[in-house]
Design a protein around this ligand. Structure first.
Ligand SMILES: C[S@@+](CC[C@H](N)C(=O)[O-])C[C@H]1O[C@@H](n2cnc3c(N)ncnc32)[C@H](O)[C@@H]1O
Length: 270
């Protein structure tokens, strides 16, 4: 067993393996994260794009959408942008907002997401997709991102100044598993889900039964959750059981992912 010493919210491993276990995300490095998990657009990320495309085909027009725990990524807005009226993004880290804002400003050296846009456009219409089509979708995403909000997963309320039932679409991708360990999972989820209006759609993804999520040389500790947790919690939080759908995606062979699988799930509120 390896010795550890505490450095703030991380315990630093002493020895050959210098990866650090963290209880909070203050050491989360946006650019490292994007490179590690999104630089390669393989089967896993294609499955995610396809799932989001299918979800937004059925999304109500002019929806107000919140992405809770947005991170530094853009892929989750590509299929949403033509349908939703506004996108609010929320995270605990300003550095993630800066990554999105750098992309919006077209700064050099930021990840372009163009390959992700191209793949989504091909799903929407398999006819040839041009560079102009991709630029048009980029512009649309930029127009729809209206607010950057500080959020606190496990906080009451999770976003200061945002009332319950404010959104028609609530998205949360690879964030809910970071609910702090001392908070009851159902109570924490219930608080986040209260942000959704009646009739609204909850679209989310999470690592399946995974103890931690490495990003660069830090490991972020996770709740080990699976689809059964949500199949139990969602009806109690006012979601209609027949509207719940989910897919389990196995980690792509050869990528040495730190998880065996992840879950893509969605449900509608009564
Ligand atoms: C693994 S990243 C996921 C980013 C993005 N949603 C995606 O699909 O790749 C997890 C995100 O959750 C955020 N997060 C983790 N714990 C949080 C907390 N307690 N409150 C708010 N956001 C948190 C992190 O800042 C980070 O942006």
């Amino acid at each position: 067993m390896q010795a550890t010493r505490s450095t703030g919210s991380c315990s630093e491993a002493i020895g050959a393996d210098s990866i650090q276990a963290c209880h909070t995300t203050e050491n989360f490095q946006p650019a490292v994260y994007v490179k590690q998990y999104y630089e390669y657009l393989g089967d896993e990320n294609l499955a995610i794009l396809k799932f989001l495309w299918r979800q937004f085909q059925r999304c109500p027009e002019d929806a107000d959408m919140l992405d809770f725990g947005c991170g530094p990524t853009i892929y989750q807005f590509i299929a949403a942008a033509p349908t939703v009226r506004t996108i609010h993004v929320a995270d605990s880290l300003v550095t993630n907002f800066e990554a999105i804002q750098d992309w919006m400003a077209g700064k050099p050296d930021v990840f372009s997401w163009r390959e992700y846009i191209r793949e989504t456009l091909v799903l929407e219409d398999p006819a040839a997709v041009s560079s102009a089509d991709i630029r048009k979708r980029e512009q649309l995403i930029k127009q729809k991102i209206a607010r950057f909000l500080h959020c606190n997963l496990g906080g009451y309320p999770p976003i200061d100044g945002v009332a319950k039932a404010s959104y028609d679409v609530l998205m949360a991708n690879y964030c809910l598993e970071f609910l702090p360990a001392h908070i009851d999972f159902e109570a924490g989820m219930s608080e986040i889900l209260s942000l959704l209006r009646p009739g609204g759609r909850f679209i989310f993804q999470f690592l399946r039964r995974t103890p931690d999520y490495p990003v660069g040389d830090h490991r972020f500790l996770c709740r080990q959750i699976d689809e059964d947790d949500f199949l139990r919690i969602l009806p109690k939080c006012g979601f209609l059981s027949p509207t719940i759908e989910y897919e389990i995606v196995e980690a792509e062979a050869g990528l040495q992912r730190p998880y065996e699988s992840f879950v893509m799930m969605a449900a509608s509120k009564a």
